[in-house]
Design a protein around this ligand. Structure first.
Ligand code: PXL
Length: 287
């Protein structure tokens, strides 16, 4: 009997800059979870802070690989999606989730579209609409506050903040309680950052917070959502999984900040991956 949980990961592969599959794969492996990648595109670097990157669209491969996996009857404990190259890929991912759900898969959608109030430069309004449709298939979404505004069709500047506003935001993103929400980039007081969690299972909102190291690095959203997904497939509850993710991102940020590297090189998580290993994936990460 298979005991290792399996995750189908639909993200891009960016060669340099630490994001997407170069984070998702090592994190899930370290947590004792089998990661099966379905790459959406190959880029020489990610698009945040680099210009002139290559972009190889892999939409046709994606569709063919999904059909092949279906013909093999593969089952996944979760489908986890992130950065997409175009709107068609989001439709394919939504379709893959619907097929996988029959086999009991949890769908975790990180609706990657932007950050700090701005769209990533390859994203179009059509892609944002397709992302909202993909996110409607999710059991759990992991938006940052920029993506929350885009999903709700509201101006980012008017989101407000604090426990009440962000708790309400997480609740509103749940589509009337149909999906759980882990809203990232939520700060309850100065010097802290973390997430607001709406759990559709109980209908309540909880918060997780960690110290903010004072600098933002590329890829922290992918790192957070990867640890969250790994913890969920290993049986953690939503708040427990979000707390583990926040704690690990905090450790990695504290390790990265003093090195004074260009933020576009990403969060330096590799030396700390061992902290994610353990019977429950991350036990002992707090030490
Ligand atoms: O971390 C989000 C992300 C993922 N993949 C690519 C990106 C970005 C954000 O800029 O450019 C290719």
């Amino acid at each position: 009997m298979r005991t290792t949980p399996r995750v189908a990961a639909i993200h891009d592969l960016s060669g340099f800059g630490r994001c997407s599959l170069t984070i998702v794969m090592p994190v899930l492996s370290a947590m004792g979870v089998q990661c099966c990648p379905l790459p959406t595109a190959y880029l020489s670097t990610h698009t945040g802070g680099f210009t002139g990157n290559t972009f190889l669209d892999l939409t046709d491969q994606l569709a063919a690989a999904m059909d092949h996996w279906q013909s093999l009857g593969l089952r996944f404990e979760a489908v986890y999606t992130g950065f997409m190259g175009n709107a068609r890929q989001m439709g394919l991912a939504a379709d893959f989730i619907r097929r996988a759900r029959g086999g009991g898969s949890l769908a975790v959608v990180d609706p990657v579209m932007g950050d700090h109030g701005r769209l990533y430069r390859t994203y179009t309004p059509e892609m944002c609409r397709a992302m909202a449709a993909l996110a409607a298939e999710a059991d759990v979404i992991v938006p940052n506050r920029t993506e929350a505004a885009l999903l709700l069709g509201e101006p980012y500047e008017r989101l407000g903040g604090g426990a009440e506003a962000d708790g309400e935001l997480a609740r509103r993103l749940s589509l009337g309680g149909r999906r759980s929400v882990v809203l990232t980039g939520v700060s309850l007081k100065a010097g802290q950052t973390g997430a607001a969690c709406y759990d559709r299972a109980g209908g309540g909102v909880t918060f997780v917070q960690r110290d903010f190291v004072g600098r933002a690095f590329h890829g922290t959203g992918d790192l957070f959502a990867s640890v969250l997904t790994g913890a969920l497939v290993r049986g953690a509850g939503l708040t427990e999984a979000a707390a583990l993710a926040a704690e690990f991102v905090g450790l990695c940020a504290a390790h990265t900040a003093p090195q004074d590297l260009p933020p576009r090189e990403g969060i330096d998580f590799e030396p700390l991956l061992g902290r994610l290993a353990g019977p429950r994936g991350g036990e002992g990460a707090a030490e």
